[in-house]
Design a protein around this ligand. Structure first.
Ligand SMILES: O=C(O)c1cc(C(=O)O)c2c(n1)C(=O)C(=O)c1cc(C(=O)O)[nH]c1-2
Length: 246
């Protein structure tokens, strides 16, 4: 008599797997964080907006670093080309281009000197830890987990549109050219998340891998959430997050 051993746990169907990934984004994405809700309602002070821009810059400048770590794990020219484009989106092809430059211009439109942003001095301890956590996750984990962590971007384009409207309505003291970063990210985020979702669906064939992908996405939601916790609770700190006395 022959018996076929079924795997202990069957993989989810492609549709269920995708639904579970999307559910993590819907339930735990940072669009629900109080700081973002206050931002969208127009409740942030100028100092809080500047503090957010300063601290988010720390995240932005590390995105191409973690993408370089992911690129090094990919084993085909096609995949590496795909991921290299993300690095170019942020770093540009030459000086004065790319997302990091656009974020510096957002800072300038909000009255922040680019030298202050580049110095990194005003970055809050909790933000440093959150960003380092994300970079190290991509350094140490499998390509599947590192790519799955980027899937928060499935929810980012909607958030970006809400943010543009909120800034245009409530934060008119920021010159409109400063919002170019967000406008560019709507399409880039949609394309990036579409590509990443396709890879994660192809790679996660077993239930164990599917669960690892869901857990990676959940971890990334925690990174973004912790970053905003730090920015939200930075009471007693300087106008843009710098420590007044130590
Ligand atoms: O402003 C935001 O809310 C937001 C969120 C996210 C995200 O969901 O991870 C990214 C960005 N912005 C972003 O600008 C960006 O370049 C980006 C890259 C990635 C990533 O994990 O690869 N996420 C995000």
């Amino acid at each position: 008599m022959t018996t076929t051993l079924a795997p202990l746990t069957e993989p989810w169907s492609p549709a269920e797997f995708e639904a579970r990934l999307r559910a993590v984004g819907e339930g735990r994405y940072h669009d629900r964080h109080t700081f973002n809700i206050r931002m969208h309602q127009g409740d942030l002070t100028q100092a809080e907006v500047r503090r957010w821009i300063t601290n988010r810059f720390h995240y932005q400048r590390h995105i191409p670093v973690k993408d370089a770590l992911i690129t090094a794990k990919l084993d085909s020219p096609r995949l590496r080309r795909m991921w290299l484009r993300r690095i170019e989106d942020h770093d540009g092809r030459s000086e004065g281009e790319g997302g990091i430059e656009r974020w510096l211009r957002l800072g300038e439109a909000a009255g922040l000197d680019r030298r202050t942003l580049l110095s990194g001095e005003a970055v809050l301890p909790g933000v440093r830890l959150a960003v380092e956590g994300y970079v190290n996750f991509c350094r140490l984990r499998s390509p599947l987990e590192a790519v799955a962590a980027s899937l928060t971007e499935l929810s980012a384009p909607d958030l970006m549109r809400t943010r543009i409207e909120a800034f245009e309505r409530h934060y008119r003291w920021i010159a409109p050219e400063g919002l170019a970063y967000f406008r560019t990210r709507v399409d880039q985020g949609r394309r990036d998340s579409g590509e990443a979702l396709e890879l994660v669906r192809q790679w996660a064939r077993t239930r164990t891998d599917q669960e690892k992908a869901v857990a990676a996405l959940s971890f990334k939601c925690d990174v973004l959430w912790s970053l905003l916790d730090a920015v939200q609770h930075a009471d007693g700190q300087g106008q843009d997050g710098s420590r007044e006395s130590m």
